[in-house]
Design a protein around this ligand. Structure first.
Ligand SMILES: Cc1ncc(COP(=O)(O)O)c(C=O)c1O
Length: 406
């Protein structure tokens, strides 16, 4: 009997392998459609590239200097799993000030990027057969990490109103949950939608998650990029403004977008105190620790970065206004209004293959955009344009798009 069970176990394992010996779920994982469009076209001369989601300007010099100085001081060895104390302290202070709520250092774990944080959260919460309900369209990586765990991401689509603004149907969100739902995943300000979730809706979702005992995962990597906010520092509302420390809430943050540090790979999560040890183990078994000298650059970024963030926000706001004004005047375009992040997401009348259309824009007018299909089936027929570029480039892209979309 034992023998038979062992055999069945082995057979099941065999069935879950792809031909190359890797797990079947990995084999079935889709590659990035943004890269599918971008990589073969990267070297093309004269192309205006607005396909990736990253700031156009390099990391400010004072942050680079801090990294060099950390290297000179030999901050090149292994460090604590959950981050060097200096960085965790500074993050806790920053978060406490930003959210007007006491965020204890014990709730902060530094990660090797926002992406690494998203993967660790999936590893922490998802078992095979579980599901995570994800508000979309959204950056695909938020869902694919769930699939890696042999669990199911369930997308609930935002609705676009006649005013061009997105809204979330909270009843629909929770109707998608069942007894295998471990978490709800929300990204606001949203990539690719530019949606900013209002405070009252955050409150309603938090209350319902509490009631159901499920986790609330909030991806707030664009929190400092909100264009219509009346909050101090012009930032978006956060679940950390309203959650209690012991709530089952995990918030993802990153140095990539606000401090122009995409290539450095540094982020952090804020989580309940009693989950710190769990995340400590996950950091150990994923990356052992985030890069040591990079973390010291992170300290300086937070301590001295506010003028840079304010200046960047103004620059992106200017670009957003140009993009909104120009795209909404184009005949074939239905534009959703970007309230935050740095993307314009728009539907194109008569277009049903966004990957082919992305190639057409590259070939015919020399503008590289991300195809909407990259963000799920709900995004088909749409395109995403990143306006984190200099104003002249954004205007030139608008002139070029006019000839096809106008
Ligand atoms: C919604 C969202 N979350 C997380 C990330 C990850 O950022 P990073 O891994 O650079 O910190 C991105 C990057 O594009 C994003 O758009």
């Amino acid at each position: 009997m034992v023998y038979r069970e062992e055999l069945i176990g082995k057979l099941m394992i065999t069935q879950k392998r792809a031909r190359n010996g890797l797990r079947q779920s990995l084999e079935e994982l889709p590659g990035s459609l943004i890269r599918h469009v971008a990589e073969p076209n990267m070297g093309r001369e004269g192309l205006i590239k607005l396909w990736f989601g990253e700031p156009d300007v390099p990391t400010p010099q004072f942050i680079k200097d801090a990294a060099v100085s950390a290297l000179d001081q030999d901050q090149v060895f292994y460090a604590k799993n959950r981050g060097v104390p200096a960085l965790r302290e500074v993050i806790a202070e920053y978060a406490t000030k930003l959210h007007g709520a006491n965020i204890d250092i014990g709730r902060i774990t530094v990660s090797g990027s926002g992406m690494n944080a998203i993967m660790m959260i999936s590893e922490a919460l998802m078992s095979a057969g579980d599901n995570m309900v994800v508000v979309g369209p959204v950056w695909p990586n938020c869902k694919e990490t769930v699939r890696i765990m042999d669990a199911e991401p369930r997308q609930v689509a935002l609705k676009l109103g006649d005013d061009g603004r997105w809204s979330l149907d909270i009843e629909k969100l929770f109707a998608a949950c069942d007894e295998r739902t471990q978490a709800v995943f929300i990204n606001s300000p949203g990539n690719p939608t530019g949606w900013v979730m209002p405070r009252e809706e955050q409150q309603a979702v938090l209350v319902e998650c509490r009631k159901r005992g499920i986790w609330l995962i909030s991806d707030e990597v664009y929190i400092r990029l909100a264009y219509e906010s009346d909050l101090p520092l012009g930032r978006a509302p956060s679940f950390l403004d309203i959650a209690d420390p012991e709530d089952r809430v995990i918030v993802i943050n990153s140095f990539s977008k606000s401090w122009s540090m995409t290539g450095w790979r540094l982020g952090w999560i804020t989580h309940p105190m009693d989950t710190g040890q769990g995340f400590e183990k996950l950091v150990e078994y994923n990356i052992a620790n985030p890069t040591t000298f990079v973390q010291y650059a992170g300290v300086t970024a937070i301590e001295q970065g506010e003028p840079f963030i304010a200046q960047t926000l103004n620059r992106y706001r200017q670009n957003r206004d140009i993009v909104v004004q120009r795209l909404s005047a184009m005949r074939r375009v239905k534009l959703s209004h970007p309230e935050g992040a740095f993307y314009a997401f728009f539907a194109v009348d008569g277009m049903s293959d966004s990957v082919a259309f992305a190639q057409k824009l590259i070939d015919e007018v020399g503008v590289g955009l991300a195809p909407g299909l990259a963000f799920s089936q709900d995004g088909e027929g749409w395109m995403r344009l990143c306006f984190a570029a200099d104003t002249q480039t954004v205007s030139a892209a608008m002139d070029r798009l006019q000839s096809i979309l106008g």
